[in-house]
Design a protein around this ligand. Structure first.
Ligand code: ATP
Ligand code: MG
Length: 577
């Protein structure tokens, strides 16, 4: 059983499915929420949040969390906040804040008037810290960060108390205020919770709550020179916002007792944290640190490079929000980490695009096809169906003339057995046009094929024979005189290894970058309707895959198309038609 199948199993064995449509199979979080609604635990409220740190662009893993948090709120008539966890001024930038908002909106979710920043709570968090100091539950420590690490102990060795642990409350209050007022240099002191240095849970060994950092924050400027640690800010932010179900990834399971300790000592509202497995996909990396490295070292063209697993990359590649939402529902929720096959993501986008993309004809590797028995100056407009899956998409006219382009791959001078495309003496269907039989091959002095000649059967107009004669092959074409040129970018996995993070053999993820992840075709030929292609249009180039105009580089005088995904088994499919 593959990991993704196991994942699905995990999702179906829990709880009932009351009130959910067929598109919403139950999972353990829905079960918990429904139980809470029944028992009146949060007075019938469902309030979630998506809490990104603005230190990078969102990726497909974040999408899972967004769909989960916003999706559950929608489903149960609740609310979902967007909250930036902006507690680390050195790594955070407004560029990231803006891209994250754009991505959440693009995915189809709305935080309405509930856009928050952890930095909005810096004042409240400071007051909470003072409250803990007064209660003898927090202290200022002068140990260096190395010493703190040393004193913390290990999984097998208990920690030991800092010599500053028993400072009197008044001294702690005074020092903490002076930390805030900027009297001390970076790293010279911290505020720590006073819990238990021998706890088996290392998170409870007097965790650091505040550090001194004279850094300008993207929102609070220079107002603060002490910044709350994530573990101190996160739970209290949830509490302040009245979050009922605080969904987070598994690595925070061992932090939960700390979050519970803080709210209990403060006597404030306690959100309920529920952990789920983070999404990882094969053939890519999801760590923001690694994604940033790919961008900074120019292994990709930017955060929105269509090979990146970022939402901006996927969007530029042609992924739709619908496909990503369906994918995130399809992979389900698990309580154990596992890897999902990237083929599942590709399946989800094909499913969606199949319903919506307009079918067009394009030739990536053009070979001239001359129809000997077709008049030089004649042009016919032939009707072509825009989308056989959607009648309302209508039809368009495609010009046909004596000289066409077909793909080089669709001609073999010496075909192997069972070759159904064009070959000397063989008959194929030109999609939407005519049956043609190959009569002649023209070569240059070096023996390269430069032209293929054929004759057409005028009685097969539209691509259907009157006499019931069948052909096994159908190929796409474009009229040479009417074709528009375009650049086409074909993508493959960014990494050659299913798990690029695996460095057992001493390698680094960059060692497994796929040198062929981008293939550029400079002069593809397209049917003229594509001259008007613009950002947001979705196409299927018959037999080649799904394509979109590149949002960054495509212009009317220089069309650029990205292949979103190939057609699975495109050849087998066309045979059946
Ligand atoms: P960092 O290492 O910078 O903390 P992060 O991936 O945790 O990276 P956040 O911005 O903190 O990034 O993530 C925001 C939210 O998205 C968190 O609630 C986190 O649990 C969730 N999330 C992040 N990565 C994934 C993933 N791969 N699968 C599911 N949820 C994820
Ligand atoms: Mg995080």
């Amino acid at each position: 059983m593959s990991d993704s199948e196991k994942n699905r199993e995990n999702t179906t064995d829990t709880g009932n499915n009351s009130g959910n449509g067929p598109s919403a199979p139950s999972n353990f979080i829905r079960t918990i929420i429904e139980e809470d609604l029944r028992s009146g635990k949060h007075k019938g409220r469902v309030h979630t949040r998506f809490p990104p740190e603005p230190n990078g662009y969102l990726h497909i893993g974040h999408a899972k969390s967004i769909c989960l948090n916003f999706g559950l709120a929608q489903e149960y008539g609740g609310k979902c906040n967007l909250r930036f966890d902006d507690t680390n001024p050195t790594k955070e930038e407004m560029e990231y804040v803006e891209s994250i908002m754009a991505d959440v909106k693009w995915l189809g979710f709305d935080w309405e008037d509930r856009l928050f920043f952890a930095s909005d709570y810096f004042g409240q968090l400071y007051d909470y810290a003072v409250q803990l100091i007064k209660a003898g539950k927090a202290y200022v420590d002068d140990l260096s960060s190395d010493e703190i690490r040393e004193y913390r102990g290990t999984l097998t060795r208990p920690g030991k108390n800092s010599p500053y642990r028993d400072r009197p409350v008044e001294e702690n209050l005074d020092l903490f205020r002076r930390m805030r007022d900027g009297e001390f240099p970076d790293g010279s002191r911290v505020l720590r919770a006073k819990i238990d240095m021998s706890s088996p849970n290392i998170n409870l060994r007097d965790p650091v709550m505040y550090r001194i950092l004279h850094a300008t924050h993207h929102r609070t400027g220079d107002k603060w020179c002490i910044y709350p640690m994530y573990d101190w800010a996160h739970g209290q932010s949830d509490s302040i916002e009245g979050i009922t179900h605080s969904l987070c990834t598994l690595e925070f399971e061992s932090h939960r007792p700390l979050y519970d300790w803080f709210v209990e000592e403060l006597g404030i509202y306690a959100p309920q944290q529920i952990e789920f497995a983070r999404l990882s996909l094969n053939y890519t990396v999801m760590s923001k640190r690694k994604l940033l490295k790919l961008v900074r070292d120019k292994h990709v063209s930017g955060w929105d490079d269509p090979r990146m697993p970022t939402l901006s990359g996927l969007r530029r590649r042609g992924y739709t929000p619908e496909a990503i939402r369906n994918f995130s529902e399809m992979i389900g929720l698990a309580k154990a980490n596992s890897t999902v096959d990237i083929a599942q993501l590709e399946y989800a986008v094909r499913e969606d695009l199949n319903k919506r993309a307009l079918r067009m004809m394009a030739v990536l590797n053009p070979l001239k096809l001359v129809i000997e028995n077709y008049p030089e100056d004649k042009v016919e407009e032939l009707e072509a169906v825009n989308n056989p899956e959607d009648e309302s998409a209508g039809t368009r006219m495609v010009p046909f003339s004596r000289e066409l382009y077909i793909d080089r791959e669709d001609f073999e001078e010496h075909p192997p057995k069972k070759y159904f495309r064009l070959a000397p003496g063989k008959e194929v269907r030109l999609k939407h046009a005519y049956y043609v039989i190959c009569t002649k091959v023209i070569k240059d002095a070096a023996g390269n094929i430069t032209e293929v000649h054929c004759t057409h059967d005028p009685a097969t107009r539209g691509g259907w024979s009157q006499d019931g004669r069948k052909v096994k092959g159908t190929v796409q074409w474009v009229s040479a005189r009417h074709a528009v040129n375009a650049e086409v970018r074909l993508y493959d996995h960014l990494f050659t290894r299913a798990n690029p993070d695996d460095n057992k053999d001493g390698g680094d993820f960059l060692d497994y970058l796929n040198p062929d992840s981008l293939q550029v075709i400079k002069e593809a030929k397209m049917e003229p309707a594509l001259a008007a292609a613009k950002t947001g249009d979705l196409y299927q180039f018959l037999r080649i895959g799904y394509f979109v105009p590149d949002s960054a580089d495509s212009r009317p005088d220089h069309l650029v198309f990205n292949r979103t995904v190939s057609l699975k088994d495109s050849w087998a499919k066309i045979q059946q038609k």
